[in-house]
Design a protein around this ligand. Structure first.
Ligand code: SF4
Length: 352
């Protein structure tokens, strides 16, 4: 009987999210919705980046644990399935820290200082002292997070490509020093993901730091209240002024969450001043609430079953075994595999 051709192994994807507590629509639209699709087609490892959260929030770690729980719960609510992907917590896999340390031996300082987000973030978060070693080194920790799983792809937006490029440089440098014949750390590729624009209620990028967000777990009443104060096309000063949904943050929400018929009514009504913004925002709220209702239902179910920590612990164990396998190879090629075998330990004891 002819043997069937081997099924090609799925390509590995690695991505993480900082543990900043309950997730908002921006987190969902910008990353999570894509991860939910990727788990069906790729071998996915998703981690909650609690160490990364500490690079900027080191002064007050009081929320770290609860934030990890909230992120895990929102991931499950959004549709990540622990049977299809590995979801784990970064600080539960200590091997990341070991690889980060070893990478720090071989990484020229200039490579880290020139990462554009280093200076940008320092300016954006000027209320925090970010002149720390941990903050400078966070792209290197990111490289360790990725390379320890030998990931093929990392889903990123355009602004993150520079981090993947640094990761690739680190992998090349490592392989050049220690594994020239058989490169040990594969260079990952960015998986560029086009995500729709999702502004916050003030029209700027949705973000916790701007306090302009709508949480995936917000109640219906809260969502309607937040949308009521959302900025609109500034051309619509009076109810009789026509507007343009393409210049309105509420229009952006409709494009993501509303059905074709509603969208048609929004364009027609807004451009002719046939509808008011209050009515239009009501439609946006209806469609948004309808989209996230199944997520909120799943959130309640997982909460009631009280299984989130158990699910994460199982993911931690899977991640740890892959990470440890890589670290064994890394230690070997870096001359760090010296150990006393049981036989030689016995011989040493007899000599005494
Ligand atoms: S009608 Fe809707 S799309 Fe048009 S400006 Fe008002 S809120 Fe925005």
């Amino acid at each position: 009987m002819p043997s069937s051709p081997p099924i090609p192994a799925k390509k590995r994807v690695l991505s993480g999210m900082r543990s900043t507590g309950k997730l908002h629509l921006g987190n969902y639209v910008g990353a999570l919705a894509n991860w939910v699709k990727l788990q069906d087609t790729h071998d996915c490892f998703f981690f909650i980046a609690d160490w990364h959260a500490l690079t900027t929030d080191y002064a007050d770690p009081s929320e770290v644990n609860v934030n990890v729980d909230e992120v895990a719960l929102d991931w499950l609510a959004a549709g990540l399935d622990p049977d299809k992907c590995v979801m784990f917590v970064q600080s539960h896999v200590l091997q990341h820290a070991e690889l980060h340390l070893l990478f720090s031996m071989i990484t020229p300082l200039g490579w880290l200082e020139r990462v554009p987000t280093y200076k940008d973030q320092q300016q954006n978060l000027s209320g925090k002292d970010l002149t720390t070693y941990g903050f400078l080194g966070y792209p290197l920790l990111m490289a360790a997070d990725i390379l320890i799983y030998k990931a093929d792809f990392v889903p990123v937006g355009e602004d993150q490509v520079v981090h993947i490029e640094l990761t690739r440089e680190i992998a090349r440098r490592f392989n050049n020093f220690y594994a020239q014949k058989n490169p040990l750390l594969p260079e990952p590729q960015p998986l560029l993901t086009k995500t729709p624009k999702l502004p916050g209620t003030d029209g700027r990028k949705m973000s916790k730091s701007y306090d302009n967000y709508i949480l995936l777990s917000d109640s219906e009443a809260d969502i309607r209240k937040k949308l009521k104060t959302m900025v609109t096309d500034p051309a619509r000063v009076k109810r009789t002024d026509p507007g343009n949904p393409d210049l309105c943050p509420v229009g952006d929400l409709h494009k993501i969450f509303s059905d074709a018929k509603t969208l048609e009514n929004v364009y027609a009504g807004c451009r002719t001043a046939g509808i008011g913004c209050i009515e239009c925002k009501g439609w946006a709220a209806d469609n948004l609430i309808k989209t996230i209702a199944p997520m909120q239902e799943r959130r309640r179910e997982y909460q009631q079953k009280n299984v989130v920590r158990e699910i994460v612990a199982a993911g931690d164990a899977k991640a740890r075994s892959v990470a440890e396998a890589t670290m064994k190879q890394v230690r070997e090629v870096m001359g760090l595999s010296h150990s006393i075998s049981p036989a030689s330990a016995g011989a040493t004891a007899r000599q005494k």
